[in-house]
Design a protein around this ligand. Structure first.
Ligand SMILES: C[S@@+](CC[C@H](N)C(=O)[O-])C[C@H]1O[C@@H](n2cnc3c(N)ncnc32)[C@H](O)[C@@H]1O
Length: 199
C-alpha cells in the first residue's frame, strides 16, 4: 500500500501520532533489512497501521508488525475508568486491510520481550507507558533484542510535544553517545536512532 493510501485511512483513527511521524514509521518499516518489526504500545492501531502498510511493501522479508499492548491503556487513558481497546484496534487494522501484516501480542511489554532472541529486531518503536521508569524498563528489556544497526524509535521525546519520561530516557541515551547509539534524527515528537554495531 502506498503512503497516501494508508495515510487517508490512518489519519481518521483516534491517536496522537502526527502525520509526519506516521510517514517516518511507514518508510522505516518499508526499508528495514535488519530483522523483525516490533511496536510497544498500539492503542487503537494508528501507528500500527502506518507500520503495517510499510512492511507490506518491504522487499527484505520482514513483512509483519509485532504489536505489543495489554490494551488496558496507560494511566492517562484510565482517568474515567477501565478501558480495553483491543476490539477497536482489530477493527481499525481490518478497515485498513492490513490484518495479515499484524501479529498481536496481548501482553505486558517487558514480558513480551522475553519471546524474542538477542539481535533479531530490525525496527523497534516504543510508545507505551510514558512514565520515566516505564520507558526506561521498556528500552532496557528490548535493547538486547535489537540487531546491530537496527533502528530504535522513541515517541514523545520532543522537540514537538515531548513528555518528561521519554525525554529523560533520550537524554540518557544521548549522554551515552557514542557508545550505544548513532545517527540520531528527529521527526516532530519522535527520535530515530540506530544501535551501534559495537558497544
Ligand atoms: C500512547 S498509547 C499508544 C498509541 C499508539 N502508538 C498510536 O499511535 O495510537 C500507549 C499504549 O501503551 C499501552 N501500554 C502501556 N503500558 C504498557 C505495558 N507495560 N505493556 C504493554 N502495553 C502497555 C497502553 O495500553 C496504550 O495502548
Amino acid at each position: 500500500m502506498m503512503f497516501d493510501e494508508v495515510d487517508a485511512i490512518a489519519r481518521t483513527f483516534e491517536g496522537a501520532l502526527r502525520v509526519a511521524e506516521g510517514k517516518a514509521l511507514y518508510h522505516l518499516a518499508r526499508t528495514n533489512d535488519k530483522g523483525f518489526v516490533v511496536e510497544i504500545g498500539s492503542w487503537k492501531g494508528k501507528s500500527t497501521t502506518y507500520l503495517a502498510a510499510g512492511v507490506q511493501e518491504n522487499k527484505h522479508g520482514y513483512t509483519c508488525v509485532n504489536a505489543v499492548d495489554h490494551f488496558h491503556g496507560s494511566p492517562e487513558h484510565q482517568k474515567n475508568g477501565p478501558v480495553f481497546t483491543l476490539p477497536d484496534f482489530k477493527a481499525n487494522i481490518s478497515t485498513a486491510g492490513l490484518s495479515e501484516e499484524v501479529d498481536i501480542l496481548v501482553m505486558n511489554s517487558v514480558d513480551a520481550s522475553q519471546i524474542f532472541d538477542a539481535n533479531e529486531i530490525g525496527l523497534l518503536f516504543i510508545d507505551g507507558d510514558h512514565k520515566y521508569e516505564s520507558v526506561r524498563s521498556d528500552l532496557d528489556a528490548w535493547w538486547p533484542k535489537v540487531a546491530p544497526n537496527g533502528v530504535i524509535v522513541l515517541h514523545d521525546v520532543g522537540p514537538v510535544g515531548g513528555l518528561p519520561g521519554p525525554k529523560r530516557v533520550l537524554i540518557e541515551e544521548l549522554t551515552r553517545q557514542p557508545t550505544r547509539v548513532k545517527d540520531i534524527t528527529f521527526v516532530d515528537g519522535m527520535s530515530i536512532m540506530k544501535k551501534k554495531d559495537k558497544e
